[in-house]
Design a protein around this ligand. Structure first.
Ligand code: ZN
Length: 315
């Protein structure tokens, strides 16, 4: 669908969730996100053809952050549109370039010491390794056309190198998965999976940063379009979810002689939220680990000596 003049949203479904890419049709033609491995051929290029844009005319394809559903299509894009530059945030580069690195460093790093894992990576969705042609660190601008620029923002939290894009002419922000609310929804509205962020303080600072930007309309990787007060509410809900994690951990570890594993705390927060499908709960290990790291650094909790998987107790 056309969002406003020369800006388009490409939509498909992945695991019941909407998966959105954005296309800017200026003098320079820029695509935000590549979807999973199949998305370019199944959704992106057919959409461009409807707009009478030859894939060969694509200049830049930017991955907002390192996740299978945003980077998996990079190989197909480079195969079909070889002159397009691939780009992402510098801090995500090694993960975006190689699905195996993505799996080991982003998805599976809690297995050994904390006893939680997603299992195997879906190789069919993750695509093949592809080198980035350029990276962004935030603060750059992309010249789309006369008087029309995209500002590149570094908005870490969901991933370390997460990028968002700001069109000041329209006060429009394209934020990928940088803001998570209470979780990521299915296309039908109910929640599909938990929130995902890694470092709590960094995620909170990104939420504050978005509040400081004059945003009239917010476009994301999976959430519905939001305007005005809806944006404010979405950010507030994101912050309330952060606070809930801390409350649940301190309540659990505050019980007499209590100690808890990562898995037990994930279950406790999932029950407190009450809306994440049980088969998705494991994904809450990432933000939960971030909260445990922060509570430990602040001296509120500590690890039980020698326990494997690691267990925590009140300090
Ligand atoms: Zn996503």
């Amino acid at each position: 669908m056309e969002l406003y003049k020369n800006v388009y949203r490409i939509q498909s479904l992945y695991g019941g969730r909407n998966l959105f890419q954005y296309f800017f049709n200026g003098q320079r033609r820029v695509l935000l996100d590549a979807g999973i491995a199949q998305t370019p051929e199944a959704a992106i290029f057919p959409y461009l053809e409807k707009l009478k844009v030859d894939p060969q005319q694509l200049d830049l394809a930017i991955t907002t952050h390192s996740d299978v559903d945003h980077q998996g299509g990079n190989d197909a894009i480079k195969r079909i549109a070889p002159r397009a530059w691939l780009a992402c945030g510098e801090a995500d580069r090694e993960l975006v370039e190689d699905p195996q690195t993505l799996f080991e460093r982003r998805y599976d790093f809690l297995k050994k010491d904390y006893g939680m894992s997603l299992g195997a990576l879906s190789a069919a969705d993750a695509g093949k390794p592809r080198r980035m042609d350029a990276t962004f660190a935030g603060g750059e601008t992309i010249h789309l056309d006369d008087g029309w620029r995209l500002e590149v923002l570094h908005v870490p939290g969901h991933s370390h190198g997460h990028l968002a894009f700001y069109d000041r002419n329209h006060k429009a922000a394209f934020v990928g998965d940088a803001i998570h609310g209470r979780g990521c929804p299915k296309a039908t509205g109910e929640l599909a999976i938990p929130v995902t962020y890694y470092n709590v303080e960094v995620y909170l600072s990104t939420l504050r940063y978005f509040e400081s930007l004059p945003i009239e309309v917010l476009y994301s990787g999976h959430w519905p379009v939001m305007r005005g007060e809806e944006i404010h509410d979405f950010i507030a809900e994101s912050r309330q979810t952060v606070e809930l994690f801390d409350r649940v951990v301190l309540a659990e570890l505050g019980k007499p002689a209590a100690s808890r594993s990562l898995q037990e705390l994930v279950q406790a927060v999932a029950e407190a939220v009450g809306e994440w499908p049980p088969d998705s709960w494991t994904l809450a290990m990432f933000p939960m680990k971030g909260h445990l790291d922060r509570l430990e650094a602040n001296g509120r909790i500590r690890r039980v000596d020698g326990a494997r998987p690691v267990r925590w107790q009140k300090a």
